[in-house]
Ligand binder design. Structure first.
Ligand SMILES: C[S@@+](CC[C@H](N)C(=O)[O-])C[C@H]1O[C@@H](n2cnc3c(N)ncnc32)[C@H](O)[C@@H]1O
Length: 206
């Protein structure tokens, strides 16, 4: 995203990137040609080292799921200027894909792990076991938390729309089909939202 924004609209943005991982920040910076437009910061979303109302636009991609969400959203609101734009993404726990993962694939994998244990398969070679630590929230909860933090949601777009559910999405035919799907078919605001494995909310800071 950093590269795309700086290359497609080189005069429009100065970008501060924040991640708790130094490696992730290094990855962002090393591929940017004009480093005068990018301000790298290693830090926590829940306690960002920026003064109030620093940013015109705050974009949080693929990270809220790992945070203390109340603290993170309060911080996102604090560092964005009044009337500024906020864009956040979140995995969609109510999509067919994620429900199938939660209710079918994960229990089956855990059961397989138990059977493997009984058969003497060593730890580390068994299925299941390691919880992801990711917490995904449905739209209505995230929207509520954003409103509580002084953000006014204005739009919701579902993305990574797919009709398949795990584990069938790993079949070669399904992978080829997903790769051929035009980008426009993978996003929606309409009835196909239940197939969107993730969503984004745009909001204004009031
Ligand atoms: C799935 S990756 C997404 C990376 C990147 N934002 C992107 O869209 O490609 C999740 C990222 O969240 C970062 N992360 C997790 N918890 C965090 C926190 N509390 N504060 C800041 N970054 C965090 C991780 O270091 C990791 O780089």
């Amino acid at each position: 995203m950093v590269h795309t924004l700086l290359e497609s609209r080189p005069h429009d943005f100065r970008i501060t990137v924040l991640d708790q991982s130094f490696e992730m920040i290094k990855y962002c910076v090393t591929k940017v040609h004009d480093t005068g437009k990018i301000y790298p910061t290693v830090g926590q979303l829940e306690a960002m080292p920026f003064v109030d109302a620093t940013f015109d636009v705050t974009l949080v991609m693929g990270a809220l799921e790992y945070t203390n969400i109340r603290l993170a959203i309060r911080e996102i609101s604090r560092v964005t200027r009044p009337e500024g734009l906020i864009i956040v993404t979140m995995l969609n726990p109510l999509s067919a894909y994620r429900l199938a993962d939660l209710l079918l694939l994960s229990p089956a994998t855990r059961l397989l792990g138990v059977v493997e244990k009984l058969r003497g398969v060593p730890t580390g070679h068994r299925h299941g076991g390691h919880p992801s630590g990711i917490r995904a929230y449905p739209v209505f909860i995230l929207r509520h938390l954003m409103r509580q933090a002084g953000l006014q949601p204005v739009d919701i777009i579902y993305f990574d729309v797919t009709p398949t559910i795990p584990p069938f999405d790993r079949l070669p035919g399904m992978i080829r089909r997903a790769e051929r799907t035009p980008y426009e078919r993978t996003v929606t605001r309409g009835w196909r939202r239940w197939m969107g494995t993730a969503y984004l909310i745009t909001a204004r800071r009031s």
